[in-house]
Design a protein around this ligand. Structure first.
Ligand code: ZN
Length: 76
């Protein structure tokens, strides 16, 4: 039986299959990260919802992908 995403809203990420965990921490403040940014240069950054929003505009030119799970904060 194959179950992919969206079985109960906490499923396995819809963009690229990457799911952030409690071990992922914001690079700016150390809070739990809900946003993962893949850089065009090959590196990656993690941000909490607050700092993700703060840096989104600045990074939009150099980010290759923007994986945002901050919606999880609003669901429960
Ligand atoms: Zn932060």
């Amino acid at each position: 039986m194959l179950i992919t995403a969206n079985e109960n809203g906490t499923g396995t990420g819809e963009s690229g299959g990457y799911t952030l965990s409690a071990n992922d921490r914001c690079d700016s403040c150390g809070a739990q990260a809900y946003i993962r940014v893949e850089m065009a240069s090959g590196g990656e950054l993690f941000f909490c919802a607050h700092h993700g929003k703060k840096f989104q505009e600045k990074l939009s030119g150099v980010a290759k992908s923007w994986h945002d799970e901050s919606a999880k904060l609003l669901e429960s």
